[in-house]
Ligand binder design. Structure first.
Ligand code: ADP
Ligand code: ASP
Ligand code: MG
Length: 460
């Protein structure tokens, strides 16, 4: 029996009919059984703009966005010459999009719950089109496999944290065995949606921006896949974002732990939570380019052959540093507990943290500041200082916290750049620090030159 492969294609791999057909060819060649797709490139952003514009009562603008989204999908449908049945499915989704936008407009309210249903249309529309592309490719190759368009919400059970829902792993495993147990018979290719899920009560949720990678990993876990493939617009994970540093080099193999750090600390190529299900079930993950599927790509596995000191680096922009100070912290216990409890109550995650005798500094995404209640709750127990426009730079590798001289080398490379906060010691895979946003890219380029560019191969 062949391997059970779950694949995911991102927005750019779904950009137009040509991209979809190319991606479908990749799936066919790889023998994927379950394919989770993202919305077509730009559509999720457009849907968010639609919700916001309708809520702000700017209906002519909302109508323009509706037309733009519809036309994009109609063009792909036309180019793919989709069946009447798929055309009908698409029309129903357009209808739903119009009604939802009108509802938001009339209510002047686009709650995160409403926004999730609106955003889900991106993946629901693209999957209808991709199923058609897949069907065409199977026919072209004379395959007897049938394509099945599957509503992922049937199995992807989540909690009701709209906008960033949490997957309920236990329920998902049961539902996957009930509804997708047939995958190993190899007779069907199932096309489904990334990014979206459903609560027990039947409300549509999303897993957070870029969440299709995570969806595919959850599905891979749910169906006990042998391999998870993430197909995107770059030939795998690189030593840093190739857009930031053209000298970035491809990484052939990286451990789960290093790749998790890289994703968490800003490498957009993988949604930060993607590797959790893969780690739980020890499923190897391949990251490759749907535009150049012959390129080698990157394997992410539990055990890898080499363990370089610095494998890669990431830049996470739009960070804020929140410093909480109070003399009451001096020789007292329970202060950190109180702080973390507040962050926990607001469901805010902290990336890096340092403490001194009377203060604690944590880094957060700047969007957190929109939550005024969080800052006011923190102000009840300490003096709060907020510094904005910062970037978090992370160096990812091995044995980082036990290597003499590493700190000196890092800070010599960026000696004229002010470092605002340093986090070292907690992980042997990560060394991170904050700099001003306008110096972040330059700092990464210098560190890349210093630690990586001695090698040869470059991202093609
Ligand atoms: P998709 O739509 O396929 O999910 P994304 O735009 O979310 O694609 O992720 C791919 C992008 O991630 C690349 O185009 C690249 O600019 C960016 N990226 C950031 N860090 C890295 C890295 N270390 N290696 C490769 N790509 C990276
Ligand atoms: N379409 C969603 C987004 O743009 C999910 C994804 O692409 O992974 O965030
Ligand atoms: Mg992505």
């Amino acid at each position: 029996m062949g391997q059970l492969i779950v694949s995911k294609f991102g927005g750019t791999s779904m950009g137009d009919a040509e991209c979809m057909l190319r991606s479908a060819e990749v799936s066919f060649r790889q023998g994927s059984s379950l394919i989770a797709v993202s919305a077509t490139s730009g559509t999720t952003n457009d849907l968010i703009a639609l919700g916001k514009t309708a809520e702000a009562q700017v209906w002519p603008e909302a109508e323009k966005i509706l037309t733009k989204i519809e036309s994009r999908h109609r063009k792909i449908a036309e180019d793919l010459q989709i069946s009447g049945e798929s055309q009908k499915k698409l029309e129903v989704l357009f209808e739903e999009m119009n009604s939802l936008a009108k509802g938001v407009y009339l209510l002047r309210d686009c709650s995160t719950k409403a926004m999730d249903t609106l955003m889900s249309l991106g993946e629901r529309m693209s999957s209808v089109l991709f199923a058609e592309a897949m069907g065409r490719v199977l026919t072209k190759h004379g395959s007897t496999k049938k394509v099945e368009l599957f509503d992922v919400r049937t199995v992807l059970r989540t909690d009701d944290s709209f906008g960033k829902a949490k997957a309920l792993t236990g329920e998902i495993a049961t539902l996957c065995s009930q509804h997708l147990g047939f995958l190993r018979d190899g007779k069907r290719v199932v096309v489904t949606q990334g990014f979206i899920g459903m609560t027990e009560d039947g409300f549509t949720t999303t897993l957070g921006r870029g969440g299709s990678d995570y969806s595919a990993a959850i599905l891979a876990e749910g169906v006990a896949a042998d391999v998870l493939e993430i197909w995107t617009d770059v030939a795998g994970i690189a030593t840093t974002d190739p857009r930031l540093c053209p000298q970035a080099k491809p990484i052939r193999e990286i451990s789960f732990k290093e790749a998790s750090e890289l994703a968490t600390f800003g490498a957009k190529v993988l949604h930060p939570a993607t590797l959790l299900p893969a780690i739980r079930k020890n499923i190897p993950v391949f990251v490759g380019s749907s535009f150049d599927s012959e390129a080698k790509g990157t394997w992410v596995r539990k055990d890898v052959e080499d363990h370089p000191l610095i494998r890669a680096m990431a830049l996470r922009k739009k960070q804020v540093l929140v410093t909480l100070s109070t003399p009451e912290m001096l020789h007292a216990h329970g202060f950190l507990f109180q702080i973390f409890k507040i962050f926990n109550d607001h469901k805010v995650s902290i990336d890096a943290i340092t403490t001194s005798e009377i203060s604690v500094s944590v880094t957060l995404d700047d969007s957190t500041l929109l939550n005024k209640k969080l800052i006011s709750d923190l102000s009840q127990i300490a003096e709060v200082q907020v510094e904005e426009n910062l970037s978090l730079i992370s160096l990812i590798g091995n044995n980082i916290n036990h290597t003499p001289g590493l700190g000196k080398q890092i800070f010599e490379a960026i000696s004229d750049i002010n470092v605002r906060m340093i986090c070292l010691g907690a992980s042997k895979h990560n060394f991170c620090f904050l700099v001003n946003e306008d110096q972040g890219a330059e700092a990464v380029r210098r560190l890349h030159e210093c630690f990586i560019e001695a090698g040869t191969e470059e991202m093609g």
